[in-house]
Design a protein around this ligand. Structure first.
Ligand code: ADP
Length: 354
C-alpha cells in the first residue's frame, strides 16, 4: 500500500451540505437489492418467498402477512421492498414508534391500495391500543372506527383493501402472541456466511464502481459481523482509505490498515465488543453478570447491547446468555489474549467444570 499521497487526490467532501457529499442513507438505498434474484444468501428464505409470491400472483391475491425477525442490518427492510416489487404493488413504510394514536394507524390503513405492502418496522414497539385495530385489519380487512363520544357514539365499520402487512423486529420475543400468530409467513433472518458476504461485497463494489482485489474481498468479509449493512459500510470506508492513502484499489493491505485504524480486529470485533468481553472478565470474573449492570459498565444503552452487540458475540461463541446473566466463554479469553486458567468465583457454570 502506498503512503499518504499529498496533493494527488482532492479532499473528500465531508460536510453534508457539500454537493458531492454522499449521504449514507442515499448510498444504502442505492445498494439495496430490488429483486429477489439480487438478494444474496439466505437461500431457503429466498426460495420459499419465491414460491409464496408466485402462488399469490397466480391466484391474483395479495401476499399473506409476513413477519421478519433478526438482528439489525440483515435485510428485513430490503426483503419488504423486494416483496412489493415482485408483487408489482405499492410500498408503504412506517415504524411502530411513529404510530401514536389509533387515528395514525387508521389513516395509513384506509389509504392503502389493493395489494400494497405495508411495512411496520420495530413492530414489537406497537402500542397495545393499536394492536387490536391491527388484528381486525389483518384478519378481516376492515377497521372499526368510533365516531362521536358518550351515548351518541357509534361504530363505523370501514372496509380496507386486501393489503400485505410486513412486520419487522429485532426482538421477536417481545411481540405479543396474538399478533405474531396472525402473520402467515414467519421469516427469521440469520447472520450471513463468509461466501454470502463476499458475494454482497462484490455486488456492492460493482455498483459503487470501486476496484477491489479478490483476496481483499475475503479479508473484508471476515470483518463485517455477518451483516450486509456492516459489509457495505466497511466497503465504503475502505474505498475512502484506498482513495486517500492507497493507490485507488482496495487491496488486502488497504483493508488491514483500514481495520487497524478503525479498531476492528480480524474477527470483526469492534472496540465496544472487546470492552463488553473485557468488562465481564475483568470486572465480574467472567460472569454471570446482569445485562443492565453490564450495559452501565461499558456505557452502552441496554437495547443496543442486547440487539446489536450480543447476538454477534453469541454467534461467535464468545458470550453466553444464562438465566443468571451474561458469561464470557473461554474463547473470549483467547480472543482478548488472556489466559483462561482460573475458575471464576462468580461463575458456577465454570466451577462445575473444574
Ligand atoms: P434491516 O432492515 O434488517 O436492518 P436492511 O434491509 O436495511 O436491514 O439492509 C441493510 C443494507 O444491507 C441494505 O441497504 C442492503 O443494501 C444490504 N443488504 C441486506 N441484505 C442483503 C442481501 N441479502 N443481499 C444484498 N444486500 C443486502
Amino acid at each position: 500500500m502506498s503512503g499518504p499521497s499529498g496533493g494527488e487526490h482532492p479532499p473528500l467532501p465531508q460536510h453534508p451540505l457539500h454537493p458531492e457529499f454522499e449521504s449514507e442513507d442515499r448510498i444504502e438505498n442505492q445498494l439495496r437489492p430490488q429483486r429477489l434474484d439480487d438478494f444474496l444468501g439466505q437461500p431457503q428464505i429466498k426460495e420459499n418467498l419465491k414460491v409464496f409470491i408466485q402462488a399469490a400472483r397466480e391466484r391474483n391475491e395479495s401476499l399473506d402477512h409476513v413477519f421478519l425477525s433478526g438482528p439489525p442490518g440483515l435485510g428485513k427492510t430490503t426483503l419488504a421492498t423486494i416483496m412489493a416489487h415482485e408483487m408489482g404493488c405499492d410500498f408503504r413504510v412506517t415504524a411502530a414508534p411513529a404510530l401514536e394514536k389509533p387515528k395514525d394507524l387508521a389513516g395509513i390503513l384506509t389509504s392503502l391500495q389493493e395489494g400494497t405492502v405495508f411495512f411496520i418496522d420495530e413492530i414489537h414497539r406497537l402500542k397495545s391500543s393499536l394492536e387490536e385495530m391491527l388484528y381486525v385489519a389483518m384478519e378481516d380487512y376492515e377497521i372499526d372506527w368510533v365516531i362521536g363520544q358518550g351515548p351518541s357514539a357509534r361504530t363505523l365499520r370501514v372496509p380496507l383493501p386486501r393489503f400485505t402487512l410486513v412486520g419487522a423486529t429485532t426482538r421477536p420475543g417481545m411481540v405479543a402472541a396474538p399478533l405474531f400468530t396472525r402473520f402467515g409467513i414467519p421469516v427469521r433472518l440469520d447472520f450471513y456466511s463468509r461466501p454470502e458476504l463476499e458475494a454482497i461485497i462484490r455486488r456492492s463494489s460493482g455498483i459503487l464502481e470501486v476496484s477491489i482485489a479478490e483476496e481483499a474481498v475475503s479479508t473484508l468479509a471476515d470483518c463485517c459481523r455477518g451483516t450486509p449493512r456492516v459489509a457495505n459500510r466497511l466497503l465504503r470506508r475502505m474505498r475512502d482509505f484506498a482513495q486517500v492513502i492507497g493507490g485507488g484499489t482496495i487491496t488486502t493491505g488497504v483493508v488491514t490498515e483500514g481495520m487497524r485504524r478503525m479498531n476492528i480486529d480480524e474477527h470483526g470485533l469492534e472496540e465496544q465488543d472487546r470492552n463488553i468481553l473485557r468488562a465481564i472478565i475483568e470486572m465480574y470474573g467472567g460472569g454471570p453478570v446482569g445485562a443492565e449492570t453490564l450495559a452501565i459498565s461499558v456505557g452502552e444503552e441496554l437495547d443496543s447491547l442486547e440487539v446489536f452487540y450480543e447476538p454477534f458475540l453469541i454467534q461467535q461463541g464468545l458470550l453466553q446468555r444464562t438465566a443468571r446473566g451474561r458469561v464470557a466463554t473461554p474463547r473470549a479469553w483467547n480472543v482478548l489474549g488472556l489466559i483462561h486458567n482460573q475458575p471464576s468465583p462468580n461463575n458456577e457454570d465454570q466451577r462445575s467444570l473444574f
